[in-house]
Design a protein around this ligand. Structure first.
Ligand code: 1HN
Length: 348
């Protein structure tokens, strides 16, 4: 009988598998399809985090503990498909961070690269490798791998930003290190603006060097420069039907992405503009800076307004419509994927 034969074979096989287990071996043919899918099928969910919901909770956290106690007082944006995973997409960590007046988030350094997209409270600062930078809404501030950084503020209002870190990529490789400073704040070795003068003005040092290896030596890409640049380009050129108007943050030393692992760009979509559908293998996080967008991600619709954050997992068809004149910031693991030769996108 056919079925008896099949059962006998599978019993045979099962016995064989049982003998493999204690030898720390397993049959590939039982797992091959899952190991090598025909196309990406993300384990993560598309989601939008509303600033109006997050902010009061963040302020509550502000009265529960100090930034120093917390080391970093952040509400982690948890992908709803993986609660407790501390990740917004497969590879990226993100969260809303709060610094209250007079507080210090003490100096430390780690292998993970970090970015901040500033939302509130012009007057917060980050010091990176002995240079301080004051942060305004819309500024992109980066901290290169293993660079010392501390945050603080001399304002009377809360300072809030969105963090993005590549720490799940680093942890995947089991390559993570961290050091804590002896002092809470770094000794400042350079005046504010030094890096922008040295590398960020279309000029460079006579004896070229790269102070942060593969990471850009500019660590504050200020909105006061990026926004007008984007808007002028947008006003004088045609939008890409799949992307709208976008400019990348670049490392002036090589023209590549500002960070070796994390791609970052700034997009303007005029009111009423709707992108055509695009899917790509990078996991994306969008921070809306101005206006409002509607995202259609794999058939589900989400709305994201000012300071809301959207997570778009790998390989989900996405369309973005600007319900108001919109400016939004995106970060993703595209920079790492391109270096590994695995990045793909498809446009409809
Ligand atoms: C970190 O260093 C910061 O420096 C924020 O502000 C969030 C999450 C995990 C690990 C390090 C920061 C972090 C972090």
């Amino acid at each position: 009988m056919q079925s008896a034969t099949v059962e006998a074979v599978s019993a045979n096989r099962r016995q064989f598998y049982d003998r493999l287990t204690p030898k720390a071996m397993a049959p590939l043919w039982e797992v091959l399809k899952g190991l090598v899918p025909e196309q990406p099928k993300s384990k993560f969910a598309a989601h939008v985090w509303k600033y109006a919901e997050a902010r009061p909770l963040l302020m509550e956290a502000g009265s529960l503990l100090t930034a120093e106690e917390a080391e970093r007082r952040v509400l982690v944006l948890e992908n709803p498909a993986m609660p407790g995973g501390s990740r917004i997409t497969a590879t990226m960590y993100s969260g809303y961070q709060l610094i209250m007046p007079g507080e210090i988030a003490p100096a430390h350094r780690h292998t993970a690269s970090a970015l901040r997209m500033v939302l509130e409270g012009n007057g917060g600062y980050t010091a990176v490798a002995g240079e301080k930078t004051t942060m305004q809404r819309g500024d992109l501030v980066i901290t290169p791998a293993m660079s010392w950084h501390d945050h603080g503020q001399e304002e009377h209002k809360p300072v809030i930003w969105v963090d993005g870190l590549d720490l799940h990529m680093v942890n995947f490789y089991e390559a993570a290190f961290m050091d804590h400073g002896n002092d809470k704040t770094q000794i400042l070795a350079k005046p504010e603006g030094f890096s922008t003068s040295e590398f960020g003005s279309g000029l460079g040092p006579m004896n070229p060097y790269s102070p942060f290896g593969q990471t850009s030596p500019i660590f504050n890409y200020s909105y006061s420069r990026s926004r007008p640049a984007l808007m002028q380009i947008a006003a004088a050129s045609l939008a890409d039907p799949h992307v709208a108007h976008a400019l990348r943050y670049i490392n002036p030393l090589d023209g590549g992405w500002a960070m070796p692992t994390i791609a970052t760009w700034l997009t303007h979509a005029p009111k009423g503009f709707e992108t055509r559908a695009l899917r790509s293998t990078d996991g994306r996080t969008i921070v809306v800076l101005e206006g409002e967008i509607t995202l259609e991600i794999d058939g589900k619709t989400f709305t994201a307004g000012e300071s809301d954050v959207a997570g778009i997992p790998s390989w989900m068809w996405t369309k973005i419509r600007a319900s108001k004149d919109a400016v939004f910031f995106t970060f993703s693991d595209r920079a790492a994927q391109e270096k590994l030769g695995i990045f793909r996108e498809e446009r409809r």
